[in-house]
Design a protein around this ligand. Structure first.
Ligand code: TYD
Ligand code: MG
Length: 452
C-alpha cells in the first residue's frame, strides 16, 4: 500500500511543519498544530484549455497590454459596485468574510438573483429547498440563477463545464473539499487546495468567482492567512447582529481603493441599500435628552452623521464601571482621564456607559469631541441643542485637534439641517457656509464653557 503522506499545519496561521510541536514558531500560539493527510495532486481537475497550454509569457510594453479583458461586470447593486471599485473584474476572486448570521449568504444570493448574467450559486451549507425558500422572500422572479448543492470541487467543475456560467458564487470555501487532499473539509490544506483550483479556473476562463469565508472568534478569516494573499479582493461584512445596519468594506482590493464603504439595512425581504445613511442613523426623538451628541464622521470616503449616547451615573460598586458599545473602551478611559484632569470633572466615582446608535463601530478619531460632549451633557443632566454637531479629535492635554476633510463634514451637517458645528481652531477652511455656523475651539475648557 502506498505510504500515506501527512504533514503538520498550524490551524491558526497556516504554517507548515515536518513534525508535531507544542507551539507554533511563527504565530506563537500553543496547541494549534495538527496533522493533516495530504496527497499532492498530479494535476488539478480544472482542465487547462488547449489554447492556453502552450502559451509562454512574453514581456510586453505596459502601454500595449490589452485591458479589455479586465472589463467589469455590473453587479446591479450600487453599494457592492462601489466597494469593488466599479463592478467585478473578469477572472477575479473575491472573498467575503463576516460573522455567522450577519448576512453573507443573503447578500450574495440577493446579488445572484438580481444579475442579468448566468450565475451559478454553489452551496455547501444549505439545501436547494432552503435556498429556494430564501430566494422567494428576496426576489421571486429571477431566471438567471442556478443553484447547486455540492462540496466536491471536481464535481463542481464538471457542472461548471456543462453550464458555462458567467459568475460563480461559492458558499462557503470552508465546506469545499478536493479529492486530491485527504484531510477533512475546512482544514488548512483543503482550503489552500480548493482555492488554488478555483483561482486556476477563474484566471483561465475569465469568470469572476465570489467566495464566502467564515471568520474566527478574533475576527480574522478562518484558514491560512495565505488565503487572503491568494485572492484579489477581501471584503468584510460587519455590523451588530441585533441591529439592522450592515457595513461592507474592502480590506484588500487589487482593482480599486479600500476606502469605499457600502451600507445595507437588513429587513424582512433581504438587504436594502442605504444611500442616505446619516438621516437614518440619527434617531428620532421627542424633545431633547441629556447625554446625546451628534458626530460628523467620515467612514471610508463618505460623511456619516452618527449619534453618540452617554450615561453617567453614581457608581454602585467601589470600582466604577466603564463600558462602550461601538467605541474603543481604552479610548473612552483616556477621554475620561482628560476630562478629569483638564476640566475638573470628578468622573472617577461615576459609572460611564457609551453607545453608538445603529450598532455601528466607529474608528474615526473625529468622534472624540462628540463623546466628550455627550459625557458632559449626561453628567450635568443638561440636554445639548439638537442642532449641534461635533467633529474633532481630543488630545491628551485636552487640546482639540483638527481632523481630515473637515469641509466635507461641514457640508454634510449643513445638508442635514444642523445649525452649529464645533471643530478645531487649527482647521484651515475656505468654505463659505450660509445656514450652518462653524465654531472653532482649541481646548476642552472652551467646550465646557460653550455647553454648560
Ligand atoms: P445569512 O445570510 O444566513 O448569514 P450568514 O450566511 O452570514 O451566516 O443571514 C442570516 C440572518 O439574516 C438571519 O438570522 C435572518 C436574517 N434575514 C433577515 O432578516 N431577512 C431576510 O430576508 C433574510 C434572508 C435573512
Ligand atoms: Mg451562510
Amino acid at each position: 500500500m502506498a505510504k500515506v503522506k501527512t504533514t503538520f499545519f498550524c490551524q491558526n496561521c497556516g504554517s507548515q511543519y515536518a513534525k508535531w510541536q507544542g507551539q507554533c514558531m511563527s504565530c506563537k500560539e500553543w496547541n494549534t498544530i495538527a496533522e493533516e493527510v495530504i496527497q499532492k495532486p498530479e494535476k488539478s481537475d480544472w482542465k487547462t484549455p488547449k489554447a492556453t497550454t502552450k502559451r509562454v509569457s512574453k514581456p510586453l510594453l505596459i502601454n500595449e497590454i490589452d485591458t479589455s479583458q479586465e472589463a467589469r461586470l455590473d453587479m446591479e447593486d450600487g453599494e457592492f459596485n462601489r466597494v469593488l471599485g466599479g463592478g467585478m473584474v473578469n477572472g477575479s476572486l473575491t472573498l467575503l468574510g463576516g460573522e455567522p448570521g450577519i448576512g453573507k449568504s443573503t447578500l450574495l444570493l440577493q446579488i445572484a438573483l438580481k444579475l442579468q448574467y448566468k450565475t451559478l450559486y454553489v452551496s455547501g451549507e444549505e439545501s436547494q429547498k432552503q435556498i429556494r425558500m430564501r430566494a422567494e422572500r428576496i426576489n421571486p422572479n429571477s431566471n438567471n440563477c442556478y443553484i447547486l448543492t455540492e462540496t466536491k470541487t471536481q464535481n463542481i467543475f464538471k457542472q461548471i463545464e456543462a453550464l458555462e456560467p458567467d459568475i460563480v458564487v461559492i458558499d462557503s470555501i470552508q465546506t469545499l473539499h478536493s479529492d486530491y487532499i485527504e484531510s477533512s473539509a475546512g482544514s488548512i490544506s483543503q482550503i489552500k487546495e480548493c482555492t488554488t483550483e478555483l483561482i486556476k479556473f477563474a484566471k483561465e476562463t475569465s469568470t469572476p468567482v465570489l467566495l464566502i469565508g467564515h471568520i474566527t472568534k478574533d475576527g480574522n478569516i478562518a484558514g491560512p492567512k495565505i488565503l487572503e494573499h491568494m485572492v484579489d479582493t477581501v471584503l468584510q461584512f460587519e455590523g451588530d447582529r441585533n441591529h439592522v445596519f450592515r457595513i461592507l468594506r474592502a480590506n484588500k482590493n487589487r482593482f480599486g481603493s479600500t476606502n469605499e464603504l457600502g451600507i445595507y439595512e437588513m429587513h424582512g425581504k433581504g438587504l436594502r441599500e442605504v444611500s442616505n445613511p446619516s438621516e437614518i442613523l440619527i434617531s428620532e426623538k421627542d424633545g431633547e435628552l441629556s447625554g446625546n451628541a451628534v458626530a460628523a464622521t467620515i467612514e471610508g470616503l463618505r460623511p456619516l452623521m452618527i449619534e453618540v449616547q452617554a450615561l453617567v451615573s453614581t457608581a454602585v460598586y467601589g470600582t466604577p464601571q466603564r463600558s462602550a458599545t461601538g467605541f474603543n473602551a481604552k479610548r473612552l478611559n483616556m477621554l475620561l482621564a482628560v476630562l478629569e484632569k483638564r476640566a475638573g470633572f470628578r468622573l472617577g466615582a461615576k459609572d460611564v456607559f457609551l453607545n453608538i446608535t445603529g450598532g455601528i463601530t466607529v474608528d474615526d478619531p473625529a468622534i472624540d469631541l462628540a463623546v466628550v460632549a455627550a459625557i458632559l451633557s449626561s453628567n450635568e443632566d443638561v440636554a445639548l441643542e439638537s442642532d449641534y454637531c461635533f467633529a474633532a479629535e481630543v488630545g491628551l492635554s485636552g487640546e482639540i485637534r483638527p481632523v481630515q476633510r473637515v469641509e466635507q463634514r461641514i457640508l454634510e451637517a449643513e445638508k442635514l439641517g444642523f445649525a452649529v458645528i464645533f471643530i478645531s481652531k487649527y482647521c484651515k477652511i475656505t468654505l463659505k457656509t450660509s445656514s450652518i455656523k462653524v465654531k472653532f475651539i482649541s481646548k476642552i475648557e472652551d467646550l465646557v464653557n460653550e455647553l454648560v
